[in-house]
Design a protein around this ligand. Structure first.
Ligand code: SAM
Ligand code: SF4
Length: 449
């Protein structure tokens, strides 16, 4: 049951946005709020106060999708109490499910896919004037963020979408279907956005794309991700440049050299491996094998000092035997990732993998996940322990979540969270911290004056 509504309306219409899924969705929501503010909306965390409710959804795994459908079910009550509130479902699940959402929840007013986010002003004006259920799911729309207003949550670190969509069609993944084909954003547009962020005192930029290593290939004047990094590295006052996600099949030696030579590009590479078995990688359509992956890691470690490497991995892909899974465990032991996002393979309709024989029973998947997580915890703990005693550069970004007075947290260049005591005025600054203690996920330190 949802809590009772509170009625305390002020003049501005209110919008409630809940975001599910990846950083790209978080960034999309920032663009949605920016556009809605232009229409006079104010963001609220109180769903009962809202005139517009937007769920920015994800459907990479079935569990998230079920959770979103269940939330849509609960919102029915709110719509009954306030029939004028507009309920919109957007993002990847909206793109995948389209009219099915209206069939399951006829009180939903609006459905739009991720490629339509830049047109939100038009979409909202349209539904307010014609008051009819509407759906906007053309996912080949031209990617254009120029002049689209954005309201960033952070004043220190900014998400920058450099590309949209994906051409890779990994056999398990819905993203190419929900986000459409790869489209790069023009270099001048990205540079001018980052220059204006630098003038607003932003210290860190986080470049986003499903496969940033293929950035620029589709532009009318083709370029490379390395060239983009070099140009961004020259922008004064930006201190740190990060990016995600890299695809092993496209990570070139040229990029490794660029990361080494560009002082602002941080020493952290997120490089999804997905499996340690060549047989599974092949049927995943990942286009690299384990040896090639290990060679990239070797090149990275030989060329860039103290890089942290994180990964995504899946267990229980169709046909994964105990032996295949052992190979994943072995690669994890050998490479020693700093951290890993570990997933149980989730069967997504209309993907090639959903039609494959030998689907692995859920109990087996859970047990494999548990073994892999335990191994990764041991590795992450060991790596963090080695950092005790070191003095590291931290970008202080917020008060620590535990809300202990004067406790701040920030990130190392290698993207590790560090908690330390310091004055709130340090938020947004680069500081030196000596690491005193550590656990699996966090480093604890003291400010070095
Ligand atoms: N583009 C990135 C890449 O190539 O790795 C990642 C995008 S994807 C949304 C994020 C992660 O979700 C993937 O790396 C993969 O591990 C996981 N994932 C994607 N489809 C999945 C599925 N059907 N079941 C479980 N995990 C999945
Ligand atoms: Fe999905 Fe593969 Fe594209 Fe990543 S590269 S978004 S996993 S299809």
């Amino acid at each position: 049951m949802l809590n009772r509504p509170k009625h305390n309306r002020k003049n501005h219409p209110k919008v409630f946005i809940k975001t599910f899924g990846c950083q790209m969705n978080v960034s999309d929501s920032e663009y949605m709020i920016g556009q809605l503010e232009q229409l006079g909306y104010q963001e609220t965390e109180d769903i009962f106060q809202s005139d517009l409710i937007l769920l920015n959804t994800c459907c990479v795994r079935a569990k998230v999708e079920q959770k979103i459908y269940s939330l849509i079910g609960k919102i029915r009550e709110i719509k009954e109490n306030n029939p004028n509130a507009i309920l919109g479902i957007c993002g990847c699940m909206a793109q995948k499910e389209k009219e099915n959402i209206f069939k399951r929840a006829p009180y939903v007013d609006l459905i739009f896919g991720p490629s339509q986010i830049d047109n939100l002003i038009e979409i909202v004006n349209n539904i307010k004037s014609n008051k009819k259920q509407s759906i906007f799911c053309n996912n080949s729309a031209y990617f254009n963020l120029k002049n689209v207003p954005v309201k960033r949550k952070s004043k220190i670190s900014a998400w920058i979408q450099i590309m949209r969509g994906c051409n890779n069609y990994c056999s398990y993944c819905v993203v190419p279907y929900t986000r459409g084909p790869e489209q790069s954003r023009g270099v001048p547009e990205i540079l001018s956005e980052v220059e204006s962020l630098a003038q607003k005192n932003y210290k860190e930029i986080f470049l986003l794309g499903q496969n940033v290593n293929s950035y620029g290939k589709d532009l009318s004047k083709p370029t490379t991700f390395s060239k983009l990094l070099e140009l961004l590295n020259n922008i004064n006052d930006i201190e740190r440049i990060r990016f995600t996600t890299s695809h092993p099949k496209d990570l070139s030696f040229d990029l490794i050299k660029t990361i080494k030579n560009c002082d602002k590009v941080c020493e952290h590479i997120h490089l999804p491996i997905q499996s340690g078995s060549d047989k599974i990688l092949k049927i995943m359509n990942r286009e690299y094998n384990v040896n090639q992956y290990k060679n990239i890691i070797k090149e990275i470690r030989n060329n860039i000092d103290n890089t942290s490497i994180t990964t995504d991995v899946m267990v229980g892909f169709p046909g994964e035997t105990e032996e295949d899974f052992q190979q994943t465990l072995n690669v994890f032991k050998e490479i020693e990732f700093d951290d890993a996002f570990t997933f149980i393979y989730s069967n997504r309709e209309n993907t090639i993998a959903s039609l494959m024989p030998d689907q692995v029973p859920l109990q087996v998947k859970k047990e494999r996940l548990w073994r892999l997580i335990n191994l990764q915890k041991e590795i992450s703990t060991k790596i963090n322990k080695k950092l005790e005693g070191e003095i590291l550069e931290i970008l202080a970004d917020k008060k620590s979540i535990k809300n202990i007075p004067n406790q701040l947290s920030g990130r190392t260049r290698t993207n590790k969270t560090v908690v330390f005591v310091g004055n709130e005025e340090l938020v947004g600054q680069l500081v030196k911290v000596k690491i005193i203690n550590s656990d699996t996920w966090t480093l604890y330190g003291e400010l070095v004056k």
